[in-house]
Design a binder for this molecule. Sequence first.
Ligand code: UD1
Length: 419
Amino acid sequence: MDKLAIIGGRPLYGIVPISGAKNSALKLMAASLLTDEELVLENVPRLADVDMLLRLLNQHGAQSSFEDATLRLHAKDIISTVAPYDLVRKMRASFNVLGPLLAREGKAKVSLPGGCAIGARPVDLHLKALTAMGAKIDLDEGYVIAEAPDGLQGADIAFPFVSVGATEHVMLAAVLADGETKISNAACEPEIVDLADCLNAMGAKISGAGTASINIVGVDRLAGVTHRVLPDRIETGAYAMAVGAAGGELTLANADIDLLGAALPVLEKAGLSFEKTNEGVRVKTTRDRSLAVDIETKPYPGIATDLQAMFTAMMATADGVSHVKETIFENRFMHAPELGRMGAKISVDGQTATVTGVARLKGAPVMATDLRASMSLIIAALGAEGQTMVNRVYHLDRGFERLEEKLAECGALIERVSE
Ligand code: UD1
């Protein structure tokens, strides 16, 4: 199993190319099942999660080629409507093939999903919504068995709380349904807008994406198009916070800071300054030590839960005490004890971590526990004194493209150690 060895204490200077958004690319890839024409996705990050979904789409019948961040997907014929456990369990986004398969083929058998160990993460909202659209759904031996022999019908879907995955899933199913679907309390994440833009280019009739009310009028068929995946706002935030922890100045090429939502003013308050440039965004520190700031994760435009662990790491060496409240997932502080091994003073009480900033962390062997938590350990290690060895790097490979290469190019001492 690979490890990452990092010797901290070196400020970061240089250019980091920000990749296409993983969370957008995965849902756009699922959209390829909705058409018998070719869908070309540009700016797709080469990540373990993308490869995993690609394998799943291939076994459903999609032909593919992936070169220089351009992914071509052509699901001319669906040869299997079964998404097996082995291909779905590792990543939750795979579950979103259910809607497209059901919409196009009238049936699907999809394993219940896995993904990061950050809480219960049920799919009840997805299933209720598809049922409201006329699907007959049974659960059997860990599989969802769904049928809609006469196709799906438009429905009014009112979500009790905001779910990104369920909002995207309804969109992916409703575009080919008979009639109109209205989603209320929809997620407003930029990735939802990206998906709607792509589907609309394919011929779908979606309005309101990016607001809490989305309207979808079903169409008979969708066509192939070329679509560019939007930049990854979580990766953007990650490298900005790496500067917060290690110091220096980075140009985040292709980044769009407007996608950071409420995280932007918080990072500025903590001591980072951002400047839009022709290339993307320039980020630097304005203080020797970050300033402690309180945050609460919220659906977009609130602060993304995916940035919480990294922000906690940045606060570990901030001046003062900060309170980090996680409102989206119930078990998302697994990084706290790992950061504690490096000298961080973090106490977790229910949904809130209280972080008392220390002047410096010290390198230590630590364990990556989930994708975004792994990045928090990297951020902490970059600012720490001495060597940190991050174990279980496969979590990072799921979501951060060419991580050690990008960091090394900016002066970080980071090396992958294979065993
Ligand atoms: C969530 C995050 C998303 C992040 C992703 C990966 C939010 C609103 N969503 O998206 O920003 O990129 O994790 O970390 O911040 N839930 C149910 N039943 C369902 C679906 C969801 O109870 O059927 C719950 C979840 O357990 C969670 C909340 O709803 O507590 C939001 O989940 P959801 O947005 O669906 O999760 P993801 O799509 O994975």
